[in-house]
Design a protein around this ligand. Structure first.
Ligand SMILES: Cc1cc2nc3c(=O)[nH]c(=O)nc-3n(C[C@H](O)[C@H](O)[C@H](O)COP(=O)(O)O)c2cc1C
Length: 200
């Protein structure tokens, strides 16, 4: 079992157990059919009033879009994300058809990216989302409309060799993944009151 496979308390889908966010990617490009499937998966996510507020800007290593996304990343992310053959921006539209605020816009985009992520896992790909980027700069560089916002930059590709990374990052590739306990995040009655579903 890979060190990053989730050590779960209960059995869950292998796709969920085996997904993780690597920093070392392989230079192998992502095949066109897999790219198409990634965005097909993203497209079929649920959303409030079926508004589907998400959109994506994708760049491939060597092209102008990739270089522009790369330039917006914070220094820490530039240390590793540029090993990925593909970078994208995840964008959401914050208003509905009437121009009123869509309170679910960010939530819905997150679900869409989750769909994309699990399709990626099913296709042997890895996804690493990044909040560490200059969103103002992406708005200028990519002429993002005023009603939209850029939530994350994302690196996608096949897994690479951790030895390609600086020492401090190399270690993170082999550190087991950790999570809060279910008992601390599932409540009943009032917030903070534990449920007994996890008792043996
Ligand atoms: C919205 C979001 C923003 C993130 N931003 C960064 C980032 O800027 N740099 C980074 O190295 N990882 C980033 N991550 C990755 C998280 O650190 C990672 O998902 C978390 O530690 C859990 O690890 P796992 O995905 O391998 O299970 C981000 C993840 C999400 C969902």
């Amino acid at each position: 079992m890979h060190i990053k496979t989730a050590s779960t308390d209960y059995p869950i889908s292998n796709l969920l157990r085996e997904r993780w966010s690597p920093r070392a990617f392989n230079s192998q490009p992502v095949e066109k059919e897999k790219l198409q499937r990634l965005f097909e998966a993203a497209r079929w996510a649920p959303s409030s009033s079926n508004l589907q507020p998400w959109s994506f800007i994708i760049g491939f290593k060597g092209d102008d879009t990739y270089n522009k996304i790369a330039a917006t990343l914070v220094e820490f992310n530039q240390l590793w994300a540029l090993t990925a053959p593909m970078l994208l921006l995840a964008i959401t539209k914050n208003t509905n058809q009437r121009g009123e605020p869509n309170r679910s816009a960010l939530y819905d985009l997150g679900q869409s990216v989750a769909h994309l992520t699990f399709q990626a896992t099913a296709d042997g790909l890895f996804v690493h989302q990044m909040g560490g980027f200059d969103s103002k700069r992406t708005i200028e560089l990519f002429e993002i409309p005023a009603e939209c916002s850029v939530a994350t930059a994302i690196a996608i590709g096949y897994i690479g060799n951790p030895d390609s990374l600086p020492d401090n990052l190399k270690k993170l590739e082999t550190t087991p993944r950790e999570r809060r306990q279910s008992i601390d995040l599932v409540f009943t009655g009032t917030f903070g009151q534990p449920t007994d579903i996890f008792n043996q």
